[in-house]
Design a protein around this ligand. Structure first.
Ligand code: GLC
Length: 639
C-alpha cells in the first residue's frame, strides 16, 4: 500500500503533464487514483520481478492516458451517460453474424439496420472482420492487424461510421478481441521472422523441441484433426513457435509487459472507434507455465482484471465479454471483476442435452447450482455460436443426478450425428481425438433441432416438432437472466450449408457447415405465418417484444430455478419485488402436465404468450416442446 502510494506520487505529475485539457486531466486522474492500488498490485504480481518494472508501468499508464486523450467527444459523452447496469436491462437482445456471409460487406450490414430493428436487436456482434491471411484464417480469428478492416468488407472509417449509426439506432457494436494470438502475417510476426529480437519476444519461441515436448505433456489439443499439437516449426526462424490453434495463429507472450502494453493500445483503439463490447477470444489460454495445462492460470485472470481496470479509466463505456469454453467452475472466475458479461456455454449444451434425452433433470440441477453470478454481471445466453458444441457440463453434476457423464457424451455425439435410432438431428462431428475419444458437434440450430431431416422427408408433423424445439430454446434464452444472443439466420430456420466442402480453404473445418450465407428466400418469407421461416420469425419477434416490455426480465432481477416435479420441463421464476413470472418449457416430444401448486404461490396466473389465465389449482398441460410465461401480479399467498 505504502509503496503504491509512493509510486502514485511519482507517476501522477508525469501523467498529468500529458494533458492540455484541465477537465480531462481531472477525470482521468480521479478514475485512475481510485483504481491505482489494485492495478499496481496486479501488475507487480505479473511483472514485478523485472528490473525495469517502474518504466513498464509508466508506459502502460501512458498508453491509457493517450487513448483517453484521443477518445472522441461522443465516446466521452457515452462514458459519462452510461449507468453501470446498461447491459443488464430487459431491452438487451443480441445478434451475431459474419459480415460477408450475412450482408456482403459493412455497407450491407448498414443496410440491414432496419431489419435488425424489426427483430428487436440492441447488440450486434460482427464476427472477425480485420485483415487476416488468405485463404485460411480460422474464420478471421487469425488477425494480421487490429486496425485495418479486411478490404473486401470495407474500411476502418466505415466501421467507425457503422458503430455510430448503430448506436443512433440503439444497437451496441460488439467485436472480437482476438487477444491470445496474432496471425503469422501480423507486422509483429513479420518483424520477428526478419530476426528482430524485440518482436521475437512478442511470441513464445523455442530453439528445439525439448521444452515444447515437456509443455505438451499437460496440454489439450484444440483442433486435434486439423492442427495437432500446440507448436509449429517455422523454418524462417528455425524455431518452434507456440500455436495453440492453427499453425498460422501465433500465441502472444504476455509474460512480456511490452505485449501487454501493445495489446492494451489495440484494445483501446477499438473502444475509441465505437466498439462497446469486446469479446475476449480464447481468454483461458493467455498465460503459460510449465507443468500446468496452461489454461485458466491465475496470471490470465490478473491480466484481464488489469485490462478491465485500465478500461474503467480510459474507456468505461466499453465492457468485456468472456469467451471461456472450459469447465463450469472455471468459467465463473472470469465474470465480474474481469468481464461484465460471459457466454453461458453450460446452459447452451444442457439445452441440447435435454432436447436429445427428453429429460431436464441435469439442466435443472446444474442451473440451480451454478446459474447465479455477481449482480454486476450478466450471462450471454445462446443456443449455438459460430463454433462447435462441446459437451462441457460437469461430470460431478451428472453423477449427482445419476448419470455417467462420459457415457452420456458418447450418446450425445451419436445422437447429433444421426447415429441413434429415432434421432431428429443432422449434425457433423468436429475435433475427434482418437487418443481420448473426445468429439464435438457442428450444425445450425434448425438442422440440429430436426428441421433438415423433416424437410427432406417432407414430414409435416416432424417439421412442426422441429419448429417447436427451436422456439422452446429461444423461449429459454429470452426469459432467463442475461442477454439473449441469436446467431443470425436461426431466426428464419436456416439449415446446414454444405457448400464449404467445395472450398479448399474451408473444407477441413466442419464448423463452416453452420456458418451459412443469409437465406434471402427464407428472409423474404418471414411475414408469412404459414411458412417455416414465418412461424419461427413471427413467434420469436413476439417473444422479443414481450421480453422488452417487461422490466422483470432485466438481468439484474434474480432467476430462481424451481422444482415443479416434472423432469421433462425446464422451470424457473423471474422475480422483481412482489412480481413474478414463471417460465415453463417442455423439452420432450410428449405433452406434460404441470401442477401449478408445486411452485406458484399466487391465486391466478396469466400466460403472457397466449393471454390465457389459469387458476393455481388447475392442472396445466404443456404440448410437445410447449411453453408458458406465467405472470402473476396477485399477492403472494400465505404458505
Ligand atoms: C475462439 C473462437 C474460435 C477460434 C478460436 C481461435 O474459440 O471462437 O472460432 O477458432 O478462438 O481464435
Amino acid at each position: 500500500m505504502d509503496s503504491s502510494q509512493g509510486t502514485w506520487q511519482v507517476l501522477r505529475p508525469l501523467l498529468a503533464a500529458l494533458f492540455t485539457d484541465d477537465a480531462q486531466r481531472t477525470i482521468f486522474l480521479t478514475r485512475l487514483e481510485e483504481r491505482f492500488v489494485s492495478l499496481a498490485d496486479l501488475l507487480l504480481g505479473l511483472y514485478g520481478d523485472r528490473a525495469d518494472f517502474a518504466e513498464q508501468f509508466e508506459r502502460i499508464l501512458t498508453t491509457a492516458a493517450y487513448a483517453f486523450i484521443a477518445r472522441p467527444p461522443a465516446m466521452h459523452a457515452l462514458d459519462a451517460s452510461r449507468d453501470a447496469q446498461w447491459f443488464q436491462n430487459e431491452r438487451m437482445v443480441g445478434g451475431v453474424c459474419y459480415v460477408d456471409l450475412y450482408a456482403g460487406n459493412l455497407k450491407g450490414i448498414r443496410e440491414r439496420i432496419p431489419y435488425f430493428q424489426e427483430l428487436g436487436l440492441t447488440y450486434l456482434h460482427l464476427m472477425p472482420l480485420f485483415r487476416s491471411p488468405s485463404p485460411q484464417n480460422d474464420g478471421g480469428y487469425a488477425v494480421s492487424s487490429f486496425r485495418a478492416v479486411r478490404p473486401q468488407l470495407g474500411a476502418m472509417e466505415e466501421l467507425t461510421e457503422l458503430a455510430t449509426e448503430l448506436r443512433v439506432h440503439g444497437i451496441s457494436l460488439v467485436l472480437d478481441m482476438v487477444m491470445n494470438h496474432t496471425s503469422d502475417e501480423h507486422e509483429w510476426a513479420i518483424r520477428a521472422k526478419e530476426g528482430d529480437p524485440n518482436y521475437q519476444g512478442y511470441y513464445l519461441m523455442f530453439p528445439d523441441e525439448t521444452l515444447p515436448k515437456l509443455y505438451e505433456q499437460n496440454l489439450r489439443e484444440i483442433f486435434p484433426e486439423q492442427a495437432p499439437g500446440n507448436f509449429t516449426y517455422v523454418s524462417e526462424l528455425q524455431r518452434w513457435v507456440w500455436t495453440t490453434f492453427y499453425r498460422y495463429q501465433w500465441d502472444l507472450n504476455y509474460a512480456n509487459p511490452t505485449v501487454f502494453n501493445a495489446m492494451l493500445g489495440e484494445m483501446l483503439f477499438l473502444a475509441n472507434h465505437g466498439v462497446e463490447v469486446l469479446r475476449l477470444d480464447a481468454v483461458p489460454f493467455l498465460w503459460k507455465e510449465l507443468g500446468t495445462n496452461c489454461e485458466n492460470l491465475p496470471q490470465a485472470h490478473a491480466l484481464v482484471t488489469a485490462l478491465n481496470l485500465l478500461f474503467q479509466v480510459a474507456a468505461p463505456a466499453t465492457i468485456f465479454k468472456a469467451e471461456a469454453i472450459v469447465h463450469p467452475d472455471e468459467i465463473v472466475k472470469y465474470i465480474g471483476q474481469e468481464c461484465a458479461i460471459s457466454y453461458n456455454p453450460l446452459l447452451m449444451v444442457l439445452m441440447w442435452e435435454a432436447m436429445a434425452s427428453g429429460w431436464t433433470h441435469l439442466l435443472q440441477h446444474s442451473m440451480t447450482k451454478r446459474f447465479n453470478i455477481s449482480a454486476n454481471a450478466a450471462w450471454v445466453n445462446y443456443i449455438r455460436s459460430h463454433d462447435d458444441i462441446g459437451w462441457g457440463f460437469a461430470n460431478e453434476d451428472c453423477a449427482e443426478v445419476g448419470i455417467d457423464g462420459g457415457i452420456h457424451r458418447i450418446f450425445l455425439n451419436r445422437f447429433y450425428t444421426g447415429q441413434v435410432e429415432g434421432s431428429f438431428a443432422v449434425g457433423l462431428p468436429f475435433g475427434y481425438n482418437p487418443h481420448n475419444g473426445d468429439m464435438r458437434i457442428c450444425g445450425t440450430t434448425a438442422s440440429l433441432a430436426g428441421l433438415e431431416q423433416a424437410v427432406q422427408r417432407d414430414d409435416a408433423y416432424a417439421i412442426d416438432l422441429s419448429i417447436r424445439r427451436i422456439l422452446a430454446m429461444m423461449s429459454v434464452i429470452l426469459t432467463v437472466g442475461g442477454i439473449p444472443l441469436l446467431y443470425l439466420g436461426d431466426e428464419v430456420g436456416t439449415l446446414n450449408d454444405y457448400s464449404y466442402q467445395h472450398d479448399e480453404a474451408k473444407a477441413a473445418d466442419n464448423r463452416w457447415v453452420h456458418r451459412p450465407y443469409a437465406n434471402e428466400q427464407a428472409l423474404a418469407q418471414r411475414h408469412d405465418p404459414t411458412s417455416v421461416a414465418g412461424r419461427i420469425f413471427g413467434n420469436l419477434q413476439h417473444m422479443i417484444a414481450l421480453r422488452k416490455s417487461h422490466p422483470i426480465f432485466a438481468a439484474y432481477n434474480p432467476t430462481n430455478w424451481l422444482n415443479g416435479n416434472n423432469t421433462h420441463t425446464v422451470l424457473f421464476a423471474r422475480q422483481q419485488g412482489q412480481q413474478a413470472i414463471y417460465v415453463a418449457v417442455n423439452f420432450s416430444a410428449y405433452s406434460q402436465s404441470l401442477d401449478l401448486r408445486q411452485f406458484v404461490r399466487r391465486e391466478h396466473v396469466t400466460d403472457l404468450l397466449t393471454e390465457t389465465s389459469y387458476k393455481r389449482d388447475e392442472l396445466l398441460t404443456l404440448p410437445p416442446y410447449g411453453m408458458v410465461w406465467l405472470q402473476s401480479i396477485s399477492p403472494i399467498l400465505e404458505s
